[in-house]
Design a protein around this ligand. Structure first.
Ligand SMILES: Cc1cc2nc3c(=O)[nH]c(=O)nc-3n(C[C@H](O)[C@H](O)[C@H](O)COP(=O)(O)O)c2cc1C
Length: 231
């Protein structure tokens, strides 16, 4: 069975098209999951809302605990790391990660940054050893063949690669760097633009994003590793 981890990061609680002032990124992530369930109704869906319930930012105690070897950890260290451990467990279970992540001030929202800081964990998602030949760090999730789709929303337009605002977009590039560091390199991005204009360009962008999501679901749902094993 495939496990899909659905993450939302918008501070806006509702979905556009359904709720007043609703979130486009939540609309897109819900669309992906709904389409997925149509094609693969038996799959398991995990849900994490870091927009409404942001993880705690990492603290000095968290860093001390995370960089203490597990066998040397004191009870308070396990307590401090409990939330991070739960987020890592969930990520490890996921085959497909569907992340609705809007652009806030050219980067990811604070709740999603806190999520990232909690899942980049030495000894769990990346390895680190100063005595190692070459680089002292390595990704730990590479062999798990996870896939990630980033479903973003922006007020302005022109943030796609090669476009006029691309150099200011620190959402997808940041997410690709971080998840690539952990060994998740199969990353796809789909975004809605023109939210702040609210005109027909927004509607066209939403329609295009939903079409792209439907196509991606069909492509991924048919081409999972378990299907290749079954074939
Ligand atoms: C705090 C904040 C910062 C924002 N910063 C940017 C920005 O840097 N660039 C941009 O194009 N839009 C920006 N926007 C607009 C949002 O990206 C846009 O409203 C998007 O639709 C929000 O995602 P959501 O619809 O999923 O809530 C910002 C919105 C907020 C609330």
């Amino acid at each position: 069975m495939t496990t899909l981890l659905h993450i939302d990061a918008s501070a806006r609680p509702g979905r556009s098209g359904i709720d007043p002032h609703g979130s486009h990124s939540r609309r897109l992530s819900a669309r992906f999951v709904e389409q997925w369930q149509k094609v693969r109704p038996g799959d398991r869906i995990l849900y994490r809302d870091v927009g409404q319930h942001p993880p705690h930012p990492v603290s000095g105690e968290w860093i001390h605990a995370a960089f203490t070897k597990p066998e040397a950890r004191e009870p308070w260290m396990h307590d401090v790391l409990a939330e991070s451990d739960a987020l890592v467990d969930e990520l490890l279970e996921a085959d497909v990660i569907v992340a609705g992540v809007p652009m806030y001030n050219f980067g990811v929202p604070a709740g999603f940054k806190a999520y990232i800081d909690n899942i980049v964990r030495v000894g769990r998602t990346f390895g680190f050893d100063r005595s190692r030949q070459g680089l002292p760090y390595w990704p730990m999730l590479t062999e798990m063949h996870k896939r990630l789709v980033v479903l973003s929303a922006r007020g302005d337009y022109g943030y796609a690669p090669g476009e006029r605002m691309a150099h200011t977009n620190h959402v997808e590039p940041h997410i690709c760097t971080v998840f690539g560091y952990l060994g998740i390199d199969d990353v796809h991005g789909i975004a809605v633009e023109y939210d702040e204009f609210g005109d027909e360009r927004l509607q066209a962008s939403l329609a295009q994003a939903e079409q792209d999501i439907d196509a991606l679901v069909m492509a991924w749902a048919k081409n999972l590793k378990e299907d290749l094993v079954d074939a």
